[in-house]
Design a protein around this ligand. Structure first.
Ligand code: FAD
Length: 629
């Protein structure tokens, strides 16, 4: 394996010299596209042992004006959905009626966040998340259509990075209902954009790029008028080294050479207009580049940072719908002499659902509220944790809903209706929900992403010490600097003070906030110990890192829940009810955290990895005896 050339200063903080070429390429590309902020966010400070509430407290509630603006649209949307959309019929036919799409367009549902000056509704991120909740509670297919269009399709990247000309040209079109999409994935490119093959070369006069390649699973692709395409453009030489370039292009679907070759069909989301799109010598004007040549991955990652908030918002909606189903059924269905909700095994699931819904909504509204307050707020980690935690918990909730509905959960709505029962579509919810832990950053990739950002402050201090590409004359002073930093920082992680003031909190919430502060220090210490133990090899300890991320997500969930609860109590919500719910949530999150801390030191990670490799190498063949091959 060739060693990376010795840089004067490391090109990025992670030493890639001992990685395979594929790993190195993937890491260098994503490192180059990372958003770097000076201050860090609530979550990044939390991973460093500081539960700093200053940026998130009090809970960022909507202003009355913002809420009113959202309410007006949400009421129209709700009435329209109720009166005109049959989600089971959409699921059955695999088609969204064209008049539904047209009406959504005319009511502004395709341009919720686009400024009125470009023909949109100009609603805030919070109102957009509320719309996603409403849609998510009703129809997964419509949620995916509108989300792929405006969370990752043309609107969001142009709002963030578009030139005035691009905004004027494209935003009014997409705001009024011309469907857009986002094309990154290829057959060889799922979580690893470095392997991208779609490419675009400039014409001789430099006015156009000629695009060739094929994109897979492009949601809305079969209906879109305009899409964002990620493509490799000619490499650039930086410090004598050839650097891969990925560029984002706005591509009109009626350009000669653009062809939808296949509509993909899935386990759920049956009416997804998802396409394989082929590009053959497609001429794209240079002015259709978003941000700049070579900045495509930055466009994609930054778009997704906020864009992926839609998904947990939709998960909140679906989970609330599940709770409604479960509440009704647990009261109506009696077995063994009592309504099933009275049996402890079912009650346990209902309590978990209620608590997790509260936390999921608190995390999502908090993070959305930060964006509403400041469009440029650094919410990368918070949004990623909302997506990771929300999509996993929503899956668990839909699964529990199916269990509680018993055989009826497994039966289709149409079959239930045909034999005279209420057509509750739990099996559709389950099919539609499963993809949420996979797309827009799979759970595994979210854990790696959060872990990378959580480690960033440590990498900034310690990476030069551990970077074997640097000479000792550089590593020694770095070691001294790191020593001074850690002497102060490490001691602080053991001290029982330095947490946030809890004076404004109800005592039942204050104790959980103090716990969150204590636990964030314990998390920071444990992360540091893992760094000391594994050094640069920590990057390979994915399961271990995943536990740190999961602890962080639970601390975020506790904090967001307490802040929201405090805010609701202040608004004269039924405080005893709210406190009981949040208390239960925090106590159960604490148990999960205890479990995760325990597993940091008592696990079978190493043995499991070895066993998996043995299985992959063809050992343990008897495990496949007696089955059809
Ligand atoms: C219904 C649907 C809609 C979609 N819509 C779009 C769209 O509109 N636009 C678009 O561009 N794409 C879209 N996608 C693609 C989607 O984003 C990808 O499926 C997702 O990024 C994962 O890629 P993959 O499926 O190729 O999995 P892979 O990347 O091949 O991963 C397979 C498994 O390995 C894990 N894995 C991968 N790398 C690592 C690693 N380094 N460490 C640990 N685990 C790892 C993954 O988490 C996953 O569990 C869609 C996909 C589907 C199914």
């Amino acid at each position: 394996m060739s060693k990376a050339p010795l840089p004067e200063e490391p090109a990025q903080l992670i030493d890639t010299s001992k990685m395979s070429a594929g790993q190195r390429a993937a890491l260098e590309l994503t490192e180059a596209a990372r958003d770097v902020t000076e201050d860090g966010s609530f979550a990044s400070r939390m991973f460093m042992g500081k539960l700093d509430l200053s940026g998130i407290a009090p809970f960022p509630e909507q202003s009355a004006e913002d809420r009113d603006q959202g309410d007006a649209f949400l009421q129209r949307l709700e009435t329209f959905l109720r009166e005109n959309v049959d989600p089971d019929e959409i699921d059955r036919t695999g088609e969204i009626p064209p008049e539904v799409i047209a009406k959504l367009g005319s009511m502004g549902a395709f341009g919720i966040k686009i400024s009125p000056s470009y023909g949109g509704l100009g609603l805030s991120q919070t109102n957009y998340s509320r719309a996603a909740m409403l849609l998510g509670s009703y129809c997964g297919n419509l949620t995916a259509l509108l989300s792929a269009h405006q969370s990752i399709g043309v609107p969001q990247p142009l709002i963030l990075f578009g030139t005035e000309e691009q905004k004027k040209k494209f935003l009014p079109r997409v705001a009024k209902g011309e469907i857009s999409a986002f094309a990154l994935t290829e057959t060889g490119v799922g979580s690893d954009p470095a392997a991208m093959e779609t490419h675009a070369e400039p014409t001789e006069d430099g006015k156009h790029f000629v695009l060739n390649g094929e994109k897979l699973w492009c949601t809305n692709g079969t209906k879109a008028g305009v899409i964002i395409v990620m493509a490799r453009t000619p490499p650039k030489v930086v410090n004598g080294k050839s650097k891969k370039q990925i560029t984002a292009f706005i591509v009109e679907m009626d350009t000669p050479g653009v062809e939808v070759t296949h509509r993909c069909r899935f386990m759920g989301l049956k009416a997804l207009y998802n396409a394989v799109v082929r590009f053959t010598d497609v001429r794209v004007p240079r002015e259709n580049i978003v941000l700049a040549e070579g900045k495509g991955l930055k466009v994609a990652l930054t778009t997704l940072n906020t864009g992926r908030l839609t998904l947990p918002a939709a998960c909140v909606g679906l989970s609330k719908r599940c709770l409604e189903v479960v509440k009704q059924w647990s009261k109506d269905r009696a077995q063994w002499g009592a309504p099933i909700g009275k049996h402890a095994a079912i009650a346990d699931k209902i309590a978990r659902m209620a608590a997790n819904i509260f936390a999921m909504e608190a995390m999502t509204l908090l993070t959305s509220g930060l964006v509403t307050r400041d469009k440029h707020a650094d919410i990368r980690l918070e949004a990623a944790m909302c997506k990771l935690w929300g999509s996993e918990k929503a899956w668990q909730m839909v699964d529990d809903t199916m269990q509680i509905r018993g055989g009826r959960g497994y039966e289709t709505a149409a079959s239930l209706k045909a034999r005279g029962e209420k057509p509750v579509a739990v099996e559709r919810f389950l099919r539609d929900c499963r993809i949420n832990t996979i797309f827009e950053g799979s759970s595994e990739i979210m854990r790696l992403f959060v872990a990378r950002e959580a480690l960033d402050p440590h990498l900034k201090v310690a990476a030069p010490v551990l970077d074997t590409r640097l000479s000792w004359s550089k590593r020694l002073p770095a070691a001294l600097k790191a020593g001074v930093f850690y002497a102060g920082w490490y001691v602080r992680q053991w001290l029982p003070f330095g947490g946030p003031s809890t004076s404004g909190f109800d005592p039942r919430l204050a104790k959980h906030v103090r716990y969150a502060a204590r636990t964030s220090r314990k998390l920071a210490r444990s992360l540091f110990h893992a760094m000391a133990r594994f050094g640069p090899k920590l990057e390979r300890q994915q399961v271990l890192l995943g536990r740190f991320v999961d602890i962080g997500a639970e601390i975020f969930a506790i904090t967001a829940s307490c802040l929201r609860a405090q805010s609701l109590i202040g608004q004269k919500e039924k405080s005893a009810e709210v406190l009981a719910l949040v208390d239960y949530f925090c106590e159960s999150a604490r148990l999960r955290i205890d479990h995760l801390f325990h597993d940091l030191h008592h696990n079978t990670d190493k043995e499991g990895y070895r066993l998996a490799q043995a299985v992959l190498e063809g050992k343990h063949e008897n495990l496949q005896d007696g089955v059809l091959k």
